[in-house]
Design a protein around this ligand. Structure first.
Ligand SMILES: Nc1nc2c(c(=O)[nH]1)N[C@@H](CNc1ccc(C(=O)N[C@@H](CCC(=O)N[C@@H](CCC(=O)N[C@@H](CCC(=O)O)C(=O)O)C(=O)O)C(=O)O)cc1)CN2
Ligand code: MET
Ligand SMILES: [Zn+2]
Length: 786
C-alpha cells in the first residue's frame, strides 16, 4: 500500500492565530499558558484536518512558535552563552530571546534586536542571533551559532512532547527533525572559521538519544530533513563521509524506528549514490523541482527495503495539480518497486503556501478553480495515493475534475494578452541599455539635481504606523470611502515630506504609506495578477506576506504610483525619489505561473515597470528607485544554473530602467545580500546609484564593490534599521570614513540600510538627524582636503 504523507503543514493558522497570539504575548497582553494553548489548539486542528484528508503519514514537530531551525538548535542545546541558559529544557522566553534579542534597561547602549521587534522595546546588550533566507524561499530562519569545541545535549524534548501530545489525542504522527548534517551546514561558525562538520561526532549522540526517546514513545517513522543532499557540496570536504557516518549512527540508535530522509528544492544529482546508500528506510524526492531524478534513481536501482516518497504535489506554488500527469512517473515507480515501497507527498513542507483556498470568497471563481492551497494539496496527495493503490479507475472523478481544470487553465483566454506577447517579441537590445555611459549621465544628473557631496536619502518607506494600517483596514471593510482614504494618505505624505525637509535630507521620499507591501501593492494594480484575502505565508517569526498570484500575461492598465509621487513632489523644491519594486523581486515574491519560463514572466513585469518609470519621468520626477532586494535570492540553488538566471534577471532590470534620459537618475536598492559572487552582474545593472545593507557588517559588504572597482555611485547603509537602537552621529561618521577610504568619496551616498516601515518615529527621527549630521561632517572633511 502506498501511503499518503506530508512533510509539514503551515502552522500560522487560517486566521493568523499564531501571529496574533505571539505578538500579544510579546506585548505582555497574553500569558505564556494562553500562548501555549493557542499552539496546542493549532497543532490538534492541523493533525485533524490531515487525518480527515486521508493522510497516513502526518508530521509532528513541524509546529513552531517562531522557527523550526531555532527549535532544533534548542533541542540539541546549541544556545549561545549570552542568553544565560544553564542546561535543561530551553524556556520559551529564551528561545524568543535568541530570535529577537533581549531588551535592556537603557536606550542607546549595546546590541540590536531582530526585525519584527515591536516599536518601543528598549535596546539591549543581548543581540539576537542572525537570521537568513531559507534556501531560495522568502522564509527566513535563525542561524545556529557554532563554535569550535561546542558541546551539545538533548535539551528540549519538543519532538517527543509533540509526538506524545498527538498520540494522546489519537494521532499517530511522523516527527520531523532537521538532520544532523544539514543542521550543522545551516549554522555559522563563530569565533573563527572552522569545519562545521567537525562537530558531527559530538552532535550525533544527541540525535541518537532523541531517536531512542521517540522510539520509546511509540513512533514508527521519523522524517529527517537533509535538504543539503540536494545542493552543491559546501567548501568543507568529506561531505559524503559525513552523511555516511551520521546515518550509521542514527541507524544504530533507531532500532526498529524507521527513518525517512527528506530532500527538497533541488535534485540529488552527484549525491544520488550517497543518498541511496544511506542505511535508512525511506528517501523523499522533490519531483516538482527535479522530475528527472526519479528515472535516475530507478535506473541506479533502489536498495531492497528502501521506500521512495514521491514529492509530486508542488509545495512551493499554488496551482492545482494535473493529477493524471503526476501519476505517470508514479506508475513507473510502482512498476519498478511495487506500491508498498512508495509514499506520495507534496514536494516539500507546505509551510510555503497559504493555508486554505476555501476561505477566499472574493477570488474570481474561474481562477479559484485553478488553485490549491495547503488543505487542497492534502486532498490531491490522498487521491494520488489511492490511484496508486487501487488504480486510476478508483479515482476517476477526481482525475477528470483535475484534468478539466488544467485544460480550462490552459485554454483560458484570460491568461493571454497578444499585445504583451508581441511587445516581448519585438524587444531590441537598445531598450535594455542606457543611452550614454554613467560618466556622461552623471554630469547631466549633477547639473539637474545640484546635490552636495555625500548626498543623503532614505530607502523609501517611513514607519507603517498602526494608524495607517487601520485606515486601510477601514477602507477594506467599507467604513471609509476612497476619497477619505486618499485624503488621509496625502496628509501622511505631507507629514513625511515636511519631516525630511526639517531634517535636511537631500533626496526625499513620499514614505510609501499607501502600500500594504512592496510586492502585493503592485500585484494589485497589474493585470495578470490575482491577490487573495487570506493567503498569508510566514516570512519570519510573526511577520507574514500575502504573495500575489501571477496567472497570466502581465501588463499595466494605468499608472500605479505617479499620483502619490507627484503629489509629494508638488510639496517641495527638493527632488522627490519615485519608488518602485523591480521585476525580479516582484517575480520572486509572487506565486508564478508554471506554464512558461520564469524569465518570460519576468520580462513582462519588466515592461510594466518600464512604463511606470517613463510615466514618472514624464511627470517631472528626476530620481527613480527600483528596489531589487530579492535579486540575490533568485539565484538558482545550483551554481551551474547561475549564469542563465543572471542573464535574464539583469536584462529584466535594465529593461525596466534603461528607457530614461541621461539626466534621470536611476537608483536601486538591495538588502539581505552577499555580493561577492555576483558583483559583475550587479555592476551590469548599470544603476546610477545602488544602496545596500552594510552597517551591521561594519561595511564588510562593500569589499566586493571595492575589489571590483565598482564604477557607479553607491550608498552603503550606515543605519541598522533592524534595530530599535538610535545610532549616534560619530558611529555613522566612522562607517562613512571607512567607506571613503576604500571608495572614491565622490561615489558615496549616505542612507540607512533599508526601509523604515518596521520602525517607529521616535527611533527614526533622531537617527536620521544624526545621519544628516554625519554626512555634513564628512562633507567638510573631504572638502577641506580637496
Ligand atoms: N513581500 C515581501 N517580502 C519580504 C519583505 C517585504 O517587505 N515584503 N521584506 C523582507 C522581510 N520580510 C518581511 C515580511 C513581512 C513583513 C511585514 O511587516 N508584514 C506585515 C504585514 C504587512 C501587510 O501586508 N499589511 C497590510 C495588512 C495589515 C494587517 O494585518 N491589517 C490588520 C488590520 C490593521 C490593524 O488594525 O492593525 C488585519 O487585516 O487584521 C496593510 O498594511 O494593509 C505583518 O506580518 O504584520 C516585514 C518584513 C523579505 N521579504
Ligand atoms: C526589503 S527592501 C525595502 C525597500 C522599500 N523601498 C522600503 O523602503 O521599504
Ligand atoms: Zn531593503
Amino acid at each position: 500500500m502506498a501511503v499518503a504523507g506530508n512533510l509539514g503543514f503551515p502552522r500560522i493558522g487560517a486566521g493568523r492565530e499564531l501571529k496574533r497570539a505571539t505578538e500579544a504575548y510579546w506585548k505582555g497582553e497574553l500569558g505564556e499558558d494562553a500562548l501555549l494553548a493557542v499552539g496546542r489548539e493549532l497543532r490538534l486542528r492541523h493533525w485533524g484536518l490531515q487525518r480527515d484528508a486521508g493522510l497516513g503519514a502526518i508530521p509532528s514537530n513541524d509546529f513552531s512558535f517562531y522557527d523550526q531551525v531555532l527549535d532544533m538548535a534548542c533541542v540539541v542545546g546549541a544556545v549561545p552563552e549570552r542568553f544565560g541558559w544553564e542546561g535543561g529544557p530551553v524556556p520559551l522566553a529564551t528561545a524568543f530571546a535568541m530570535a529577537r534579542g533581549v531588551s535592556g534597561p537603557t536606550r542607546g547602549a549595546g546590541g540590536e534586536v531582530r526585525p519584527g521587534t515591536e516599536a518601543g522595546v528598549a535596546p539591549s546588550g543581548v543581540p539576537a542571533m542572525e537570521m537568513t533566507k531559507w534556501f531560495d524561499t522568502n522564509y527566513h530562519y535563525i542561524v545556529p551559532e557554532l563554535h569550535r569545541g561546542q558541546r551539545f545535549e538533548l535539551a528540549s524534548k519538543k519532538p517527543v512532547d509533540e509526538f506524545r501530545e498527538a498520540r494522546e489525542a489519537g494521532f499517530d504522527t511522523r516527527p520531523v527533525l532537521i538532520g544532523p548534517v544539514s543542521l550543522l551546514l545551516l549554522g555559522k561558525a563563530r569565533g573563527g572559521a572552522f569545519d562545521r562538520l567537525s562537530l558531527l561526532d559530538t552532535l550525533l549522540p544527541v540525535y541518537q538519544q532523541l531517536l531512542a526517546e521517540l522510539r520509546e514513545a511509540g513512533a514508527a517513522w521519523v522524517q529527517v530533513d537533509e535538504p543539503f543532499l540536494a545542493l552543491d557540496p559546501p567548501p568543507e570536504g568529506s561531505l559524503h563521509d559525513a552523511y555516511r557516518r551520521a546515518y550509521a549512527a542514527l541507524r544504530e540508535a533507531a532500532g526498529n524506528l524507521k527513518l525517512l530522509v527528506a530532500t527538497y528544492f533541488e535534485g540529488l544529482r552527484e549525491n544520488l549514490e550517497t543518498a541511496l546508500a544511506l542505511p535508512v528506510n525511506g528517501l523523499h524526492l522533490d519531483l516538482v523541482r527535479a522530475p528527472e531524478q526519479l528515472d535516475q534513481v530507478l535506473a541506479h536501482g533502489v536498495p531492497e527495503g528502501l521506500t521512495l516518497s514521491l514529492g509530486v504535489v508542488d509545495g512551493r506554488n499554488v496551482w492545482r495539480t494535473d493529477l493524471a500527469a503526476a501519476l505517470e512517473p508514479m506508475e513507473r515507480a510502482r512498476k519498478a518497486l511495487g506500491s508498498h515501497r512508495l509514499q506520495v507527498a507534496p514536494s516539500c513542507s507546505l509551510l510555503h503556501v497559504p493555508v486554505d483556498l476555501s476561505l477566499e470568497t472574493a477570488l474570481d471563481p474561474e481562477l479559484k478553480g485553478w488553485l490549491a492551497f495547503a488543505r487542497q494539496k492534502l486532498d490531491e496527495v490522498a487521491v494520488l495515493a489511492r490511484a496508486l493503490n487501487e488504480g486510476r479507475d478508483a479515482v476517476r472523478t477526481a482525475l477528470e475534475a483535475s484534468r478539466s481544470q488544467v485544460e480550462a487553465r490552459r485554454s483560458s483566454a484570460r491568461r493571454e494578452n497578444p499585445q504583451v506577447q508581441a511587445r516581448l517579441v519585438s524587444l531590441t537590445s537598445e531598450q535594455a541599455r542606457r543611452r550614454s555611459p554613467h560618466t556622461e549621465r552623471r554630469s547631466a544628473q549633477q547639473a539637474r539635481l545640484g546635490l552636495p557631496p555625500f548626498p543623503t536619502t532614505t530607502i523609501g518607506s517611513f514607519p507603517q504606523t498602526g494608524g495607517i494600517r487601520r485606515l486601510r483596514a477601514r477602507l477594506r471593510r467599507g467604513e471609509l470611502d476612497e476619497a477619505a482614504y486618499e485624503t488621509a494618505i496625502k496628509a501622511e505624505i505631507e507629514r513625511v515630506v515636511r519631516l525630511q525637509e526639517g531634517l535636511g535630507l537631500d533626496v526625499l521620499v513620499h514614505g510609501e504609506p499607501e502600500r500594504n507591501d512592496m510586492v502585493e501593492y503592485f500585484g494589485e494594480q497589474l493585470e495578470g495578477f490575482a491577490f487573495t484575502e487570506h493567503g498569508w505565508v510566514q516570512s519570519y517569526g510573526s511577520r507574514y506576506v500575502k504573495p500575489p498570484i501571477i496567472y497570466g500575461d502581465v501588463w499595466r492598465p494605468a499608472p500605479m504610483t505617479v499620483r502619490w509621487i507627484t503629489y509629494a513632489q508638488s510639496l517641495t523644491d527638493r527632488p522627490v525619489k519615485g519608488m518602485l519594486t523591480g521585476p525580479v523581486t516582484i517575480l520572486q515574491w509572487s506565486f508564478v505561473r508554471d506554464d512558461q519560463p520564469r524569465s518570460e514572466t519576468c520580462r513582462q513585469i519588466a515592461l510594466a515597470i518600464r512604463d511606470e518609470v517613463l510615466d514618472l519621468e514624464a511627470a517631472g520626477i528626476g530620481v527613480i528607485q527600483i528596489d531589487e532586494p530579492a535579486f540575490r535570492e533568485g539565484l538558482p540553488l545550483r551554481r551551474a544554473d547561475w549564469a542563465g538566471y543572471l542573464r535574464w534577471a539583469s536584462e529584466s532590470f535594465r529593461l525596466a530602467t534603461a528607457g530614461v534620459r541621461d539626466e534621470t537618475q536611476i537608483h536601486t536598492h538591495m538588502c539581505y545580500s552577499e555580493f561577492n559572487d555576483i558583483i559583475d552582474a550587479i555592476a551590469g545593472l548599470d544603476a546610477d546609484v545602488i544602496s545596500i545593507e552594510a552597517s551591521r557588517s561594519g561595511m564588510e559588504l562593500l569589499d566586493a564593490f571595492v575589489a571590483f572597482r565598482y564604477p557607479n555611485e553607491i550608498g552603503p547603509g550606515v543605519y541598522d534599521i533592524h534595530s530599535p537602537r538610535v545610532p549616534g552621529r560619530e558611529e555613522m561618521e566612522h562607517l562613512l570614513r571607512r567607506a571613503a577610504q576604500v571608495l572614491d568619496p565622490a561615489q558615496l551616498w549616505v542612507n540607512p540600510d533599508c526601509g523604515l516601515k518596521t520602525r517607529s518615529y521616535d527611533e527614526v527621527t533622531p537617527s536620521l538627524r544624526n545621519l544628516v549630521a554625519a554626512a555634513r561632517v564628512l562633507r567638510e572633511e573631504v572638502g577641506a582636503e580637496g
